[in-house]
Design a protein around this ligand. Structure first.
Ligand SMILES: [Zn+2]
Length: 95
C-alpha cells in the first residue's frame, strides 16, 4: 500500500482507538443500527490504519470479508478494485 497523499510507501500500520482504547469499526450505511442490535446483520468490519512517515497523512482501510465482496459486487456496477480481486483466482499460481 502507498500513501494516498504523497505516494510514499513508508507507511506504519496500526489501529485507531479512542481514549477508552476501543478500536473503531466500519459499518456499511445500508445496515441499520436496529438490525445490528437485533442480530439480523453482521457487526462492524475491522479497520486498519496507516500513518505516513513522509507527510503524516493518516489513511484507513476496511477488512471486508468474502460475503461482503460477493454482496456488494452483486448490487454495485463499478468497483474495479473489488472486481479485479474477485476475478483473479487465488488458487491458481502462475510461474
Ligand atoms: Zn504521505
Amino acid at each position: 500500500m502507498k500513501c494516498t497523499a504523497c505516494g510514499s510507501a513508508a507507511l506504519i500500520e496500526g489501529t485507531v482507538r479512542d481514549s477508552n482504547t476501543s478500536v473503531i469499526q466500519f459499518y456499511p450505511s445500508d445496515v441499520s443500527t436496529l438490525k445490528t442490535i437485533l442480530g439480523f446483520a453482521v457487526g462492524g468490519r475491522p479497520v486498519r490504519a496507516y500513518g505516513c512517515l513522509h507527510c503524516h497523512n493518516l489513511q484507513i482501510a476496511v477488512d471486508f470479508n468474502e460475503s461482503d465482496l460477493e454482496r456488494y459486487q452483486q448490487f454495485e456496477g463499478e468497483q474495479p478494485d473489488v472486481l479485479e480481486r474477485i476475478n483473479s483466482n487465488p488458487k491458481k499460481v502462475e510461474g
